[in-house]
Write a protein of this length. Structure first.
Length: 134
């Protein structure tokens, strides 16, 4: 039997891929080149040469038509940072909602006790005073 020799290059793990980022200047340059392409296959050759997809061009064109040249500037990814007042307001809302649930629970419990007192008074034959507010 022959022993197989594995070279280091076959077992080496490649580094993690990183997201490509394109500058506004590069996007504008590529869009200008793409707009000039008129012959069959020129646009495909441009995309292959630059390592781009047609969806890149479509999204860049849409951003440029909606926001002008400012639409081509790269946007920060992830959730937007919230101001301190927004965070404080949200915290206050959560506290008020919690307090409202607590008061609602207490009110329901009190109503249940009143109903229980009415039933007990009926069973024992005790007449309760009539309340005008009911």
């Amino acid at each position: 039997m022959e022993a197989q020799v594995i070279s280091l290059s076959e077992t080496e793990v490649s580094s993690k891929a990183t997201r490509r980022r394109f500058t506004a200047k590069y996007k504008a340059q590529i869009l200008a080149e793409a707009d000039v392409c008129a012959k069959k296959g020129e646009l495909g050759a441009l995309l292959r040469r630059e390592g781009l997809y047609s969806s890149h061009l479509a999204s860049w064109r849409a951003a440029r038509s909606q926001h002008g040249d400012e639409g081509l500037t790269p946007q920060k990814r992830g959730p937007k940072a919230r101001s301190a007042s927004e965070v404080a307001n949200n915290k206050r809302i959560v506290e008020l909602e919690r307090e409202a649930r607590r008061w609602k629970t207490r009110a329901e419990r009190a109503e249940g006790l009143v109903e229980l007192q009415k039933e007990v008074s009926e069973i024992l034959g005790i007449k309760l005073p009539e309340d005008d507010q009911q």
